[in-house]
Design a protein around this ligand. Structure first.
Ligand code: F6R
Length: 348
């Protein structure tokens, strides 16, 4: 039931603090899996589709930067071209909300032939949970809206726990416990995004840019806007803009710039300048107290400055989900049932 909310999507966005808190409770079970696999693996391959693919990209950055194990991310529908390169020292991690996506299940069957498989799944008892060697159950509860929101952040927190345990990073494990509070702070300010959304409701195109950990945030923000609001949106690595797409930037194009505190901050700010110089309308998502960002952006949404680039994927996505929701509602669309999309894609 919608419990007073207009749509399931906005209800589920508002349940993300709880979804993360509950999934943090899986830590001991995840530790058991890490202990079993850590001695034997020298490579990790993530396999997923759509939003779950974006969670996987964050996993690559985490495992490579924290643990140094080479990690790749494959789209499930493209998996077969790489299957021959797997072996028994590869851990293949499948990320799927439904656990029933046909492309993902097909790849899981193939990976089981050669490698240890781990599935991170939200729907209990789904096919992926029965096929994989190991299972991490995300605790988001049922997700009714077609757009993945609370299941996405739950996948992410499961991947963060897995990576931090693999790296034996006690400091990161401790910081993860504060994430539900950071999300709660964002949710308390959601009226700001509703206001900002009015500026975007008539747009035909949008760009989302980020670097490092904020690159997958940009991809996911763009996917949400596409699927819920039917606005053509592209997520781009900020450094890649100048290799082509910057030709499209002019005063008609809004650019959402994801700028958490951290090592890439100044580089992303230069990319912001590049698009601004071409007249783009900049929506900056950054930290409270980031004076440069506030000065350079046309609109800003600000987040607790304790959320640095490493934690950003878990928190910075929330205003972007809210943006796509409100733009969709303002365009008089139904965010819970976007056209041509199904909650679970059971064809290849
Ligand atoms: C986007 C969305 C889809 C799914 C994709 C994979 O909001 O929901 O992109 O993420 O179809 O689905 P699962 O995770 O169930 O395998």
């Amino acid at each position: 039931e919608k419990e007073g909310y207009d749509h399931f999507m906005i209800k589920e966005i508002n349940e993300q603090d709880a979804a993360i808190r509950n999934t943090l409770g899986e830590k001991d079970k995840i530790k058991d899996i890490v202990d079993e696999v850590k001695e034997t693996i020298n490579r990790v391959v993530f396999v997923a589709c759509g939003t779950s693919y974006h969670a996987s990209l964050t996993g690559k950055y985490l495992i490579e930067s924290l643990v140094g194990i080479p990690t790749e991310v494959l789209l499930a529908s493209e998996f077969k071209y790489s299957a021959k390169a797997l072996n028994d020292q590869t851990l293949v991690i499948f990320i799927s909300q439904s656990g029933e996506t046909a492309d993902t299940l097909k790849a899981l069957d193939a990976a089981n032939e050669t490698s240890k498989t781990l599935a991170i799944v939200n729907v209990r008892g789904s096919s992926a949970t029965r096929k994989a060697d190991y299972v991490i159950q995300t605790q988001a509860g049922p997700e009714i809206g077609v757009a993945a929101t609370k299941t996405y952040v739950s996948q992410l927190i499961a991947i963060y726990l897995f990576s931090a345990l693999l790296a034996d990073d006690a400091d990161l494990l401790k910081r993860l416990e504060k994430v539900p509070d950071y999300i709660d702070e964002v949710l308390k300010k959601q009226g700001i995004i509703r206001e900002i959304s009015n500026n975007y409701k008539r747009d035909k195109d949008a760009f989302f840019i980020g670097r490092g950990f904020s690159y997958p945030i940009a991809l996911e923000g763009a996917l949400k806007l596409k699927e819920i609001s039917y606005i053509h949106a592209e997520g781009y690595a900020a450094g890649e803009l100048k290799h082509g797409p910057i030709a499209l930037i002019d005063k008609n194009i809004p650019v959402v710039v994801v700028v958490p505190p951290g090592q890439d901050h100044n580089k992303i700010m230069s990319n912001l300048q590049e698009v601004k110089a071409r007249g783009a309308d900049v929506l900056g998502i950054g930290a409270i107290g980031d004076k440069d960002l506030i000065k350079e952006s046309d609109n800003v949404f600000l987040i607790n400055s304790e959320v640095d680039d490493i934690l950003a994927p878990l928190v910075y996505i929330v205003p972007l989900q809210l943006l796509s929701y409100h733009v969709s509602v303002l365009r008089e669309l139904d965010p819970d049932k976007p056209k041509n999309l199904a909650k679970c894609v059971t064809v290849e």
